[in-house]
Design a protein around this ligand. Structure first.
Ligand code: THU
Length: 135
């Protein structure tokens, strides 16, 4: 799976975003080591705090189906009806990713121009609190 293909899946996942409050659609595509992909979108709530980000939707879908081995994630976002103009995952999603993914795992971000920004999880969350500290 190329990073371009993974970003396309993230962009397509924006379509199912439930965003009546922000109008800000986010899609994520999480690649498993065996090539399977789990997508997710943001799902907002009238009570606001239960809102879940696209990245966590994708991770929780995958983990709930027994997946643990991830090799990349792509994120796309943009205002309703607008083109993708993405940012890297929020702090809470970075922490959730750090639970399951290696610090070197690439995080791709689809920008408005179609250009793909690339980070590692470690770039985004240095000195992460991870399961090894619980041993
Ligand atoms: N959102 C995500 O889906 N991912 C992030 O990493 C940051 C923010 C969503 C949550 C909310 O529905 C909207 O974007 C505005 O914050």
């Amino acid at each position: 799976m190329t990073k371009e293909a993974l970003c396309t899946m993230a962009r397509d996942a924006m379509e199912n975003a439930y965003v009546p409050y922000s109008g800000f659609r986010v899609g994520a595509a999480l690649l498993c080591a065996d090539g399977a992909v789990y997508t997710g979108c943001n799902i907002e709530n009238a009570s606001f705090t239960p809102t879940v980000c696209a990245e966590r939707t994708a991770v929780f879908k995958a983990v709930s189906e027994g997946r643990r081995d991830f090799s990349a994630i792509a994120v796309a976002s943009g205002k309703d009806g607008g083109e993708a103009a993405s940012f890297p995952p929020c702090g809470v999603c970075r922490q959730v990713l750090a639970e399951f993914c290696s610090p070197e795992m690439p995080v791709y971000v689809l920008r408005g121009s179609g250009e793909i920004g690339e980070y590692t999880l470690q770039d985004l969350l240095p000195f992460a609190f991870t399961p090894k500290f619980m041993k």
